[in-house]
Ligand binder design. Structure first.
Ligand code: F0G
Length: 458
């Protein structure tokens, strides 16, 4: 029987109190944090939608695994448990744990990057791009055109543009300068949009044709597989796990942040099939992360990650997860808030440029909205616009293509009433949106300025 209410497929047996602040306190807190929400202490936040990374709630079974975790330096049982789960899910050969996603990226591109190298992707996440560029290689984004239009309703806006990819491969034939092609599932920087099974398969086939290894950035592989089940023809009757297995069968390796779809607070993976590459990874891993059977983590972290990977493909969980995010999105649309659509898996993205047309990009409309949400309801969100990606060159302001505000939903953390509260805060913000003021930068670091810049109201 179908019910309208979205029910969390879990009950809660451990709670963490949330602290309500008064509106007057929040004015002072925000001023002291220089209108940068990264600089607010978490205890002063009511609902934290800054990120879905490492903020999930582990299950009772995962906590039990934490106690069972084997802390041996070499050959620990928890590693073998994790290896077995990963091999079952992906069919791949060499499994390296790392402390988080960007550690996997750093190791991979230390080996394969370098000057003159090009790494294509649908859209590189910022740490992926930074790790590639750090080696002086080029990070190229080749997502389909639909993926760049905030209001396009294409069901798989994360798809790779295969024509552009083939053109790139042709232009560079024989140069040996494309050591791998990446595909990010779901496409976080493009709004948490999924990639279809058909596109994954076609990208893999094209890579094989040109003899280029095909890798996934698999942070949100389970959410991506659930979208495939919901939206792709002929996939509705398959289990999510089966879809995941097929997705991974097309790849030669993947990077992974366990902080997303392994529902742990820390941990990552670098997994490859190629024996020679695995040998090189092992050498760097020992040098920088740790012995390969723990990779910079405690044995208990490996055990919790293994269990999280079992739980994340459970369909009751995924149904609740995707429905809850979509519910928030739909209600915001009803209020009149323009969103990037279709609504993604892990977050709702607000198009702040069209929502606050009175605030120009150089006054950071998404950041202004983030401040207002904090002032009205103690909600923390994150700006993905000109504060994060814009720059000033020769005194001229260069805006980011979009001014987005991301409300990322931690896994299994907030209930439907928390989500309803967020919606109510938006109703209030909406009535006074024309009075929201822009912000300006008063002090900024040389790079990744959004994390620590000091701002002021205009
Ligand atoms: N790739 C993607 C697609 C990501 O979303 C992230 C992290 C990473 C790689 C890096 O993983 O944080 O474990 O080192 N995304 C987080 C976010 C930080 O808020 O979207 P990490």
């Amino acid at each position: 029987m179908q019910f309208k209410t979205i029910i969390e497929p879990f009950r809660i047996k451990m709670v963490e109190p949330l602290r309500m602040t008064s509106a007057r306190e929040r004015v002072e807190i925000l001023k002291k944090a220089h209108y940068n929400l990264f600089l607010i202490r978490a205890r002063d936040i009511l609902i934290d939608l800054l990120t879905d990374s490492g903020t999930g709630a582990m299950s009772a079974r995962q906590w039990a695994k934490m106690i069972e975790g084997d802390e041996s330096y070499a050959g620990c049982e928890s590693y073998y448990e994790l290896e077995e789960v990963v091999k079952d899910l992906t069919g791949m050969k060499h499994v390296f744990p790392t402390h988080q996603g960007r550690a996997s990226e750093r190791i991979l591109f230390q080996i394969l990057g370098g000057e003159g190298i090009i790494i294509p992707n649908n859209t590189h996440f910022d740490t992926t791009r930074a790790n590639i560029e750090f080696t002086k290689a080029e990070a190229l984004d080749l997502v389909i055109e639909e993926g760049k239009k905030p209001q396009s309703d294409h069901p798989f806006k994360g798809n790779m543009d295969l024509d552009k990819l083939e053109k790139l491969f042709k232009e560079n034939e024989g140069k040996n300068n494309i050591p791998l092609c990446l595909l990010t599932i779901t496409n976080n920087s493009g709004g948490g949009q999924p990639v279809s099974l058909e596109n994954i398969k076609a990208t893999s086939t094209l890579c094989k044709e040109y003899n280029i290894p095909f890798f996934l950035d698999a942070c949100r592989f389970a959410e991506n597989a659930y979208f495939i089940k919901l939206r792709e023809k002929g996939q509705g009757n398959r289990s999510v796990k089966e879809i995941c297995q097929e997705v991974f069968s097309f790849a030669d390796g993947f990077t992974f942040s366990g902080k997303k779809d392994a529902i742990v607070n820390i941990g990552g993976l670098l997994v490859v099939n190629d024996d020679e590459l695995a040998g090189k990874i092992q050498n760097i891993e020992i040098l920088t992360e740790g012995y390969p059977t723990y990779g910079g983590l405690a044995g208990r972290d490996l055990a919790a990650m293994a269990q999280g990977l079992r739980e994340v493909v459970e369909e009751d969980y995924l149904e609740y997860r995707i429905k809850s995010t979509a519910y928030l999105g739909k209600k915001l649309i009803e209020i009149g808030v323009p969103l990037l659509t279709p609504i993604g898996g892990h977050a709702v993205y607000i198009d702040a440029k069209s929502y606050l047309p009175h605030i120009p990009p150089e006054q950071f409309p998404a950041q202004a909205l983030a401040c207002e949400l904090y002032l009205v309801g103690g909600i923390r969100s994150v700006e993905i616009g000109s504060l994060m990606f814009g720059k000033t060159e020769n005194g001229k302001f260069i805006a980011s293509p979009m001014e987005l505000l991301r409300l990322a939903i931690p896994r299994r953390v907030y209930t439907q009433s928390h989500i309803d509260f967020v919606i109510e805060v938006f109703q209030r913000v909406h009535t006074q949106k024309d009075k929201i003021r822009g912000v300006k930068i008063v002090e900024e670091p040389p790079f990744l300025r959004h994390f620590s810049a000091k701002l002021a109201l205009i």
